[in-house]
Design a protein around this ligand. Sequence first.
Ligand SMILES: CC(C)(COP(=O)(O)OP(=O)(O)OC[C@H]1O[C@@H](n2cnc3c(N)ncnc32)[C@H](O)[C@@H]1OP(=O)(O)O)[C@@H](O)C(=O)NCCC(=O)NCCS
Length: 324
Amino acid sequence: MPYSKIIGSGGFLPPRVVTNNDLAAELATRNIETSDDWIIERTGIRQRHLADPGVTTSQLATEAARRALLDAGIQAADLDLIIVATSTPDHIFPSTACLVQAALGARGGAAFDVQAVCSGFVYALTTADAFIQAGRARTALVIGAEVFSSILDWNDRGTCVLFGDGAGAVVLRADDQPGILAAKLGADGSQMNILCAAGNVSHGAVVGDPFLRMDGQAVFKLAVTSLTRSANDVCSMAGVRLDDIDWLVPHQANIRIINFLGRRLGVPDERVVVTVDQHANTSAASVPLALDAARHDGRIKAGDLVMMQGVGGGFTWGSVLVRM
Ligand SMILES: CC(C)(COP(=O)(O)OP(=O)(O)OC[C@H]1O[C@@H](n2cnc3c(N)ncnc32)[C@H](O)[C@@H]1OP(=O)(O)O)[C@@H](O)C(=O)NCCC(=O)NCCS
């Protein structure tokens, strides 16, 4: 059975940077109080990139994809599978993956979206890996992309300070050398209410609440427990120890969750990739953006053992262990 090898990555962030102070000043005009100190202390976030009005998830995804293809040294025509993980698709249908396929000028391969909120990228990566292992695809583009700012309630200081927009992508190719070694996904739908955007469109009108709502403390606790268990599970599946991991690339939601997780897993801070300070939580884009940043600044090298982890609404979680 072939392995799925990561042969390229790319990331794209919309150019508009909004610092905590910018955001605090904006919210103050509506009598909503927050501060740089509060946001940094509770989350580690210093700034986020926000898409301008009219910029879509497929546009960010396409730019990240172009960079990943360039990095991999392949053409869009070589792709036989495109999966986009997003909770903020351009349209109800067609999928954002089909829009990206058209924008890249690729044609004929499978293209579809995966919806697992902030776990979306690890869900999509695991799905693409299964296609490659089964011989149903040879070269896959896996993207996490969001314009999450479009589903935030900018009058809710408990959530609007936490998120940002962006896209990250990887190219996978079938190879007889590892590759993705193990992956495990999980969900607990009974926890759907702790993190949701429970709206819908029906007969041309929004039904329900289209904004993200969150019970932050419940999410915090479930994130830490599910990710700890998930990390141990994939290590056992692959027959490696947590000590063997060169780099932990966790979902970038909150520095306190990341630090807590690193301590529980015994992975020292210097082997944990952190971008939450610069990007905030970009949902499905956070893991591929962090992976891409650490590949391109030279930290993650060929041969390194990397654990990627996602967690988010659903409630969902997952881990992927990969030999770069
Ligand atoms: C959201 C989170 C940062 C809030 O931190 P917390 O320590 O739990 O804070 P609380 O929600 O208990 O709120 C504490 C106080 O800060 C206030 N507060 C909330 N947001 C604020 C903001 N942006 N600025 C200033 N004060 C704020 C609250 O109103 C509350 O005030 P009160 O004590 O007067 O009622 C934290 O729960 C968290 O990180 N959860 C995980 C969220 C996450 O990662 N989600 C995505 C997962 S994919």
